[in-house]
Design a protein around this ligand. Structure first.
Ligand code: C2E
Ligand code: MG
Ligand code: MG
Ligand code: MG
Length: 280
């Protein structure tokens, strides 16, 4: 478009591009320093069994303490992926979360852990052995760990990614497809991968009971999960009507602000030894 408007506009456009590239590079450098300086931390969001309201697992979610301001993953995971920092950062996240949950489990709390992975990480060298080492070091049993991957993992470089996920599963860890529902991960793929869980996209949960197509699709996904023996987790539960509807549809697990917000480890620790259930 700049071309049509003449030379002056081309310059403005180029300068803008330059700014974007520079600030992106600056962010990448800052992230690398942040990892070295220990500025990342994890929050944990409970996942509950919808029948019993018991907390069955927690999902680890990374945050960055940038000069006292908390920055969420949507603002830096992309840059970390581009620079390759996601590999050491992802390893730190996995190690930190596994160690924490292993300690909670020693306090007699039978809780599982979910950790998000980027495709870049899955495809990186030695990723499978990293997971194996972290499990051995933390003493966390493999079957307690669920690794969450986005549907895009199945689009990216299908053969390679599927191979890696198969190796991970062979370690005994569980696999979950995150934000399921946008239509990429076909039934065949789920079979091929033998995933253990699918997490329904929060966009579906948001429109549950308000949009007939979404409600029908959600019901279909839950049914599909049942037929395949795959656990179904609904994400983004904010209102009690959504919770009731999901229960009626036979959804296994749920997660969302109505249940509990993501919280620092200390918040989770106040649940340890308690009822480890939530009032729903
Ligand atoms: P996700 O894996 O789908 O995680 C769920 C996101 O939804 C989290 O956002 C969580 O705080 C938010 N959430 C939970 N319940 C509700 C709700 O009821 N309503 C609404 N509106 N939101 C809710 P967060 O922590 O900002 O993370 C965003 C995404 O960043 C994650 O989506 C995940 O894809 C990615 N991410 C987070 N931590 C990591 C990590 O350690 N590694 C990698 N590779 N990606 C991560
Ligand atoms: Mg997730
Ligand atoms: Mg995700
Ligand atoms: Mg999700």
């Amino acid at each position: 478009r700049a071309k049509e408007r003449g030379a002056g506009h081309v310059e403005v456009y180029a300068a803008h591009m330059h700014d974007t590239v520079v600030s992106r590079l600056e962010l990448q450098i800052r992230l690398r320093q942040a990892l070295a300086a220990g500025e990342f931390f994890l929050e944990y969001q409970p996942i509950v069994d919808l029948d019993s309201s018991q907390v069955t697992a927690v999902e680890a979610l990374v945050r960055w303490n940038r000069d006292g301001e908390v920055v969420g993953p949507d603002d830096f995971i992309g840059a970390a992926e581009e620079s390759g920092l996601i590999v050491p950062l992802g390893e730190w996240i996995l190690r930190e979360a596994c160690q924490k949950v292993a300690v909670w489990r020693v306090s007699d709390w039978d809780i599982g852990l979910s950790v998000n992975l980027s495709v870049k990480q899955v495809l990186s060298d030695r990723f499978v052995s990293t997971v194996e080492t972290v499990l051995a070091d933390s003493g966390l049993p493999a079957e307690v760990l669920t690794l969450e991957v986005d549907e895009e993992v199945l689009l990216d470089d299908v053969g390679e990614a599927v191979l890696r996920l198969g190796e991970l599963r062979a370690l005994g860890v569980m696999l979950a497809i995150d934000d399921y529902g946008m239509g990429y991960a076909s039934l065949a793929h789920l079979r091929e991968l033998s995933v253990d869980a699918i997490k329904i996209d929060p966009l579906f949960t948001a429109d549950l009971g308000r949009d007939d197509t979404v409600t029908l699709l959600t019901h279909t996904i839950i049914q599909l999960g049942r037929d395949l023996g795959v656990q179904v987790v609904a994400e983004g539960i904010e209102r009690s009507e959504q919770l009731e509807q999901l229960r009626t549809m036979g959804c296994d697990r749920g997660q969302g602000f109505l249940v509990a917000r993501p919280m620092p480890a200390s918040g989770m620790e106040s649940l340890v030894g308690g009822e480890s259930g939530v009032n729903l």
